[in-house]
Design a binder for this molecule. Structure first.
Ligand SMILES: Nc1ncnc2c1ncn2[C@@H]1O[C@H](COP(=O)(O)OP(=O)(O)OP(=O)(O)O)[C@@H](O)[C@H]1O
Length: 415
């Protein structure tokens, strides 16, 4: 196999933007003697080498060129300049099912799609049954796909892409596809391919998933490569760039002492096969429901109790809690996976865990709490309760910032 599975040289994609439709017509008649468009470089002169087995995360703000790069790699977009070479079979989890013919049956679409991906007739013959069985479509496989639900559509498309024995997997945003047990199954399949040493390109806004999954990352902004290299350093550089971009939160609301809480969520007592969900998330301060409590910096005890239900046949889920500022910046987080806490469940898959933070070291300001239910590896997200509680912290003194860190001062004559 070649040293690189993906090689891009000075790769670029430019769009022509017309202010109004008639400019397009003018452009046609002037035949390039005058231009009526504005150029938008979605991707600018990108050089990229990806070696076999690398798992590369692509991060960047909205409109930074991530999808454009993935589409150029998959060949669904043609570059304006530069070159791209792919060595190996590529499976794209981009617009799943976009290439289906609605009048063809599921089976006919498998033949058509797998042929386009590059499988021989013999290879398709060998794999078609596993594609059908993985999709869980059952007897519907011989019905036209226009009769499928959107979930069935996506399941079939994922099943085809993933069962073509790809060397390179290109994933736009979602690490799992479909819902319920299929989401877990599709996530497992992607993890299996990663563990088998396949090359993966994964574009996501979820920096924690990029850090969990990838060993290398590239950061794009306005179509330009800002950084590339070891995943942690690229994500840190991107994160501090985002922090600078955010407008500063006004933390002068010291006089508002009371905390307020959104109602705790509550869902059914049984989980779907292969799935897990949050049942309730309760936030208390000093033992009182958050809506009645006063949060005092350095004194109050914050408790977040997370109750969940899971299919007892899947490994026990893990729980994560994040604390963020009002503009969405995650200030800190805690996870049972990272703390190596193994949760226990009842026979029907129910569990309860509480995160307790004593002497809450937050400084004055307004904060939000979110809870997450994740797989046993802390990557695949089953369920989330976002901004479940908003707390206002009261503080004596003038200290600025978000946290009071444990510290000491050493005087000169003591050194
Ligand atoms: N068909 C198109 N015509 C004109 N401009 C386009 C087209 N497709 C994308 N763009 C522009 O190209 C730029 C890059 O878009 P792209 O979808 O690659 O960004 P992205 O990083 O994937 O964004 P997001 O995170 O929101 O998905 C954006 O400014 C977008 O508006």
């Amino acid at each position: 196999m070649s040293a690189h599975v993906i090689r891009a040289t000075e790769l670029g994609k430019c769009y022509h933007l017309y202010a109004q439709p008639r400019d397009r017509l003018k452009q046609f008649f002037w035949r390039g003697k005058r231009n009526f468009f504005r150029e938008l470089w979605a991707l600018q002169k990108l050089d990229l080498l990806v070696a076999p087995g690398e798992v590369v995360g692509i991060v960047g703000r909205n409109g930074s060129g991530k999808s454009t790069l993935l589409q150029l790699i998959c060949g669904t977009l043609t570059p304006t300049c530069g070159e791209i070479t792919i060595n190996g079979r590529l499976a794209a989890l981009l617009e799943l099912g976009a290439g289906f013919n609605p009048d063809f049956t599921g089976r006919e679409n498998i033949w058509m799609n797998a042929t386009i991906i590059g499988l021989t007739q013999q290879e398709i013959g060998e794999r078609i049954e596993s594609m059908i069985s993985f999709s869980g479509i059952g007897d519907f496989i011989d019905q036209p796909v226009k009769t499928y639900s959107s979930g069935m559509y996506v399941r079939l498309a994922f099943s085809i892409a993933i069962n073509t024995a790809p060397d390179i997997l290109v994933i736009d945003e979602a690490l799992s596809v479909g819902d319920g047990s299929f989401a877990r199954k599709s996530f497992e399949r992607i993890m299996q391919l990663r563990d088998m040493g396949k090359t993966i390109l994964f574009c996501s806004h979820s920096l924690f998933q990029v850090e969990s999954l990838c060993n290398r990352a590239i950061w794009l902004d306005r179509g330009k490569l800002m950084a590339e290299g070891e995943v942690k350093s690229v994500v840190t550089a991107y994160q501090s760039f985002l922090d600078k971009e955010y407008t500063k939160e006004d933390v002068t609301g010291v006089s508002e002492l009371s905390a307020e809480n959104k109602p705790t969520m509550s869902t059914s007592d049984n989980a779907m096969s292969g799935h897990a969900h949050l049942k309730s998330v309760e936030v208390t301060v000093d033992g009182e429901c958050c809506s009645h409590a006063i949060v005092s910096s350095g004194q109050s005890t914050l408790s977040v109790s997370v109750s969940f239900v899971s299919d007892p046949d899947i490994p026990c889920p893990t729980v994560g809690v994040t604390l963020h500022s009002m503009d969405g910046r995650v200030l800190t987080s805690a996870g049972t996976f990272d703390d190596k806490i193994v949760l226990s469940r009842t026979a029907n898959g129910s569990g309860l865990v509480s995160l307790v933070i004593n002497k809450l070291p937050l400084l004055k300001g307004k904060y939000m709490i979110s809870a997450f239910l994740l797989c046993e590896r802390g990557i695949h997200l089953y369920d989330s309760a976002l901004s479940i509680a908003t707390i206002r912290v009261q503080q004596r003194g003038r200290l600025q910032g978000y946290f009071a860190l444990a510290h000491q001062w050493i005087l000169n004559d003591e050194i």
